[in-house]
Ligand binder design. Sequence first.
Ligand SMILES: Nc1ncnc2c1ncn2[C@@H]1O[C@H](COP(=O)(O)OP(=O)(O)OP(=O)(O)O)[C@@H](O)[C@H]1O
Length: 473
Amino acid sequence: MAEIKRLSESRDLTRIERIGAHSHIRGLGLDSSMEARDVSEGMVGQQPARKAAGLILKLIRDGKIAGRVILIAGQPGTGKTAIAMALAKSLGQETPFASMSASELFSLELSKTEALTQAFRRAIGVRIKEEAEIIEGEVVEISIDRPISSNGNPSSSNAAAKTGKLTLKTTDMETVYELGGKMIEALNKEKVQSGDVVALDKASGKVTKLGRSIGRSRDYDAVGPHTKFVRCPDGELQKRKEVVHCVTLHEIDVINSRKTQGFLALFTGDTGEIRAEVREQIDTKVGEWREEGKAEIIPGVLFIDEVHMLDIECFSFLNRALENEMAPILVIATNRGITNIRGTNYKSPHGIPPDFLDRLLIITTQPYSQEEIRKILDIRCDEEEVEMSNDARVLLTKIGVETSLRYAIHLITAAALACQKRKGKIVEIDDISRVYGLFLDVKRSTQYLMEYQSQYMFNEVPDEGDADEAMQS
Ligand SMILES: Nc1ncnc2c1ncn2[C@@H]1O[C@H](COP(=O)(O)OP(=O)(O)OP(=O)(O)O)[C@@H](O)[C@H]1O
């Protein structure tokens, strides 16, 4: 349990964000009656899909559904991934959200089913409640004796040899505690001094500084602007308190599978295969905790993008895994129409086998209007902190309509660089035209290929009729 605790503290480190394709999205942008606002929380348009996602969100929050599958289907660049990300942002810290692209399953290191199992378990949260013995009080005095080393100087290197005394009080009592080396180190790290109100966890030795005692506020005038003043606690010094940690089943698996480097493996992603016995033991243990009321399961969300890349074996595995009572909500997305089910010669809608299709709740996304494209581009300019003139925005929107939203979004960064190069502050039409000429969109690239195909290797477009067809599609 001590390790689980350490983990929940360091998880926050992994939530650091950069400006990515979806970093402007902060939520689904719904009002209190679950209607999608026109533009809100970084989301634009696509109202029916956002409203449907909002309903799913409510069901997840109420813990009413588990093991369901939601398919977000629509043309490329219509915001399928954006909606999944918005759902993730709205879930809150405690509900796990794991995301992957189906193609990630085809690696040489893990079997497909192992990779899927890991993804499932990354989307299942465990909320663990622990009763901890805490000593909470105001520091009256802290004294640390530095043992004299053989040469007569106080030794600083051997912390374990240090001893000391800590006097703590509440409004009702005062006690002197003998300090060991580990505790001294923890107190030093937190820079605890007299007048601080502290909480010491007896089992782990963790020291938490709760603030400065109000009673001592006048003794010190050199306090920083962030100093928090708290009351001196009352009652007994020793208390039992409930502490809650949220971790995923996958995190527990990894920590227990390779004792030595398990914890680090969470950051590198190099977890390797996890043995079935390890998972069984963990499931049994978590089951016991649940029975004792110490733990709760929080089914989260697993998002699999490009789901048409899954093959028939993966779908069969998913069918079974979703029957488990702890199964998360599966959100899948694809931009494919009727296509081959991978690993077979059969065609099916979205490349998904009929028995799996039968499980789905389907949300569709629609192509954007010119006005919506403009709004999304405006949001992206803000997100990337790019100043752009109105004329340039009009041109970029036109490009977005005629090529694709994604291409137009990419041009923002490139145009900002072009503007920077000419030492400008505001991106103008010329910057957009320049990068439009430098980077081809798919249509122009295809046209180019058609013109110069004979000079490429392995070119297989035989005659003009076929070439025209390819262009039109
Ligand atoms: N409604 C929206 N509001 C704000 N931004 C959006 C919206 N729709 C799409 N975007 C942004 O446009 C870009 C392309 O959208 P996204 O990647 O979600 O499309 P997709 O439907 O998943 O495409 P594909 O089928 O090619 O995977 C992303 O940067 C996304 O954040």
